[in-house]
Design a protein around this ligand. Structure first.
Ligand code: FES
Length: 509
């Protein structure tokens, strides 16, 4: 990479930088609605839009600002090609359920298209083929098996050894007629339309619990209550677990995105490799110029190498294959994977059927988030949905995912113990600006970050969720928990749950 091409100093997603979003007040008093929604991403906004359109009184709360979570940091592919899954799903669930999963993805795509058409939304929507490629002999047979699964499911597709993108491949599986868009331009209009239909939105309003009397009520950190008939937890990680043991049934992964300009013209299409490390590629056309989004380096949250190394690995890959003429944005994202790779969408537990969750989208949130909103809205309005059983969070499949369940929990136990023992003897006076370390202060494992102005911030690194030890994420300047993915700012405030409380601050003498 040319010397003068520098990585942006701060993470910022292109999506947020290119749209002006409206702002909303904090909830200042208790309120009463039909449906209380927590989380202002694609699930919460789409559900609010659908329900408000049906004359339901809806309030939507966000702990921060709208569209600043996983949706604001997505790659925004609208596709049913969610990695190599269909052959695996047919073996685990059978052809009927797998066909239903595919149908759900296609219905999500159609719903997005209908909304765009109805409101004439200008959101850079573009039909593109989706492509999974491999350059490894190990994955050739898997690609063939996946193609066979596509044929069984009547998915329009093609297996080829020739793609328009100039990267070495041995084989590629194309899923025809998928799409990409600018998710925030799209969702901004859904917000405006829902507000016209009476939606109340409250930002900077953190939900901490659900209480039951006759009906559920969302309780906020400030002690206000949103009494309602139904609650939708669209907060990524369910803020209210209802003793559904979600932390033991999902694990969080991070991924990285760089947005670059290259000397080459983008040939069209959306690409994803089959092997590790993950590489996913699409473009965004900005004022007639291609911005290439290079995505990948997935890893479990709070684990592995320095997060800046992940950005560098993507930059090296891009430079090798396409050349980088300008490095415009970088950002990262996090999502959750369920035991059987199918999202949890439906009642939080079998007995609490007026509180709904939508989570575990495995980074395919544009389709899964849209169908989650549709499924839950149908369950509320029509009391049924075609996808109710498929996505039920209470399902239990005796399949190889159980092995993952065991190893995931063993992993949590390992981090719970290992984290307590790990720290450095760094003298915090020697920290360079924008550097952090974990050290012992008065016997307490302490995370210390020095900002650009050499001001020190110290936090107790014990995660407020279930007590694992957080690790430093240099790329995002955050403290990340390796157990269930809670994330905290360098000052200790919660960025991402399941934790609800800030890390304890430690006074430095
Ligand atoms: Fe569960 Fe930290 S997120 S212990």
């Amino acid at each position: 990479m040319a010397e003068n091409i520098r990585m942006p100093q701060f993470p910022e997603p292109y999506w947020r930088d290119s749209v002006d979003l409206p702002t909303f007040p904090k909830l200042k008093e208790s309120t009463n609605v039909d449906v209380g929604i927590v989380g202002g991403g694609i699930v919460g906004i789409t559900a609010a839009y659908l329900l408000a359109k049906q004359n339901m009184k809806v309030a939507l709360l966000d702990a921060g600002v709208l569209l600043n979570g996983t949706t604001g940091h997505t790659t925004a592919k609208i596709t049913a090609q969610h990695g190599l899954i269909y052959d695996e799903f047919i073996q685990h669930f059978g052809i009927e359920k797998t066909a239903l999963y595919y149908q759900a993805c296609i219905e999500a795509k159609k719903l997005i298209e209908e909304n765009i058409k109805e409101h004439d939304i200008s959101c850079d929507y573009k039909t593109e083929d989706a492509c999974i490629f491999t350059n490894s002999n190990t994955y050739l047979s898997q690609l063939k098996a996946e193609k066979k699964a596509y044929d069984q499911l009547d998915i329009p597709s093609e297996l080829t050894d020739n793609i328009p993108l100039n990267i070495p491949i041995k084989s590629a599986l194309i899923m025809k007629d998928q799409a990409q868009f600018h998710p925030l331009k799209y969702l901004k209009v859904l917000v405006e339309e829902a507000v016209k239909n009476g939606l109340e939105i409250y930002e900077q309003t953190t939900a901490v619990d659900v209480e039951y009397n006759k009906h559920p009520a969302i309780v906020t950190r400030d002690g206000h209550r949103v009494s309602c008939r139904f609650v939708i937890e669209a907060s990524h990680y369910p803020f209210y677990d209802g003793q559904g043991f979600y932390p033991t049934r999902m694990y969080p992964e991070r991924a990285y995105v760089i947005a670059i300009k290259t000397p080459k013209k983008f040939p069209g299409g959306m690409y994803l490799n089959a092997e590790s490390p993950t590489r996913s590629i699409r473009n965004v056309n900005v004022n007639g110029e291609d911005l290439w989004l290079i995505v990948g380096e997935n890893h479990k949250t709070g684990q592995g190498k320095s997060t800046m190394d992940h950005y560098q690995a993507l930059a090296d890959y891009a430079e090798t294959h396409f050349g980088i003429s300008e490095y415009v944005y970088r950002w990262s994202t996090q999502d959750l994977t369920t035991l059987d790779k199918v999202p949890y969408i439906g009642p939080v537990t079998e007995k609490q059927d007026s509180v709904f969750v939508a989570t575990g989208f495995r980074k395919w949130g544009m389709t899964s988030g849209t169908i989650a909103a549709k499924t839950i809205s149908d369950l509320i309005i029509k009391e049924k949905s075609l996808y109710e059983e498929l996505f039920s969070p209470s399902r239990f499949q005796a399949d190889p995912a159980i092995r993952k369940f065991t190893s995931t929990n063993a992993d949590v136990a390992k981090h719970l113990i290992k984290g307590k023992l790990e720290y450095t003897n760094d003298n915090i006076k020697d920290l360079a600006p924008d550097e952090a370390t974990v050290t012992r202060i008065n016997g307490q494992r302490t995370g210390v970050y020095k900002d650009m102005d050499s001001k020190l911030y110290a936090v107790d690194t014990t995660c407020k969720h279930l007590g694992c030890e957080v690790n430093w994420n240099s790329g995002d300047r955050s403290w990340d928990c390796p157990c269930h993915g809670s994330r905290y700012s360098y000052t200790g405030e919660v960025i991402e749950g399941p934790a609800k409380e800030s890390l304890n601050k430690i006074e430095l003498e």
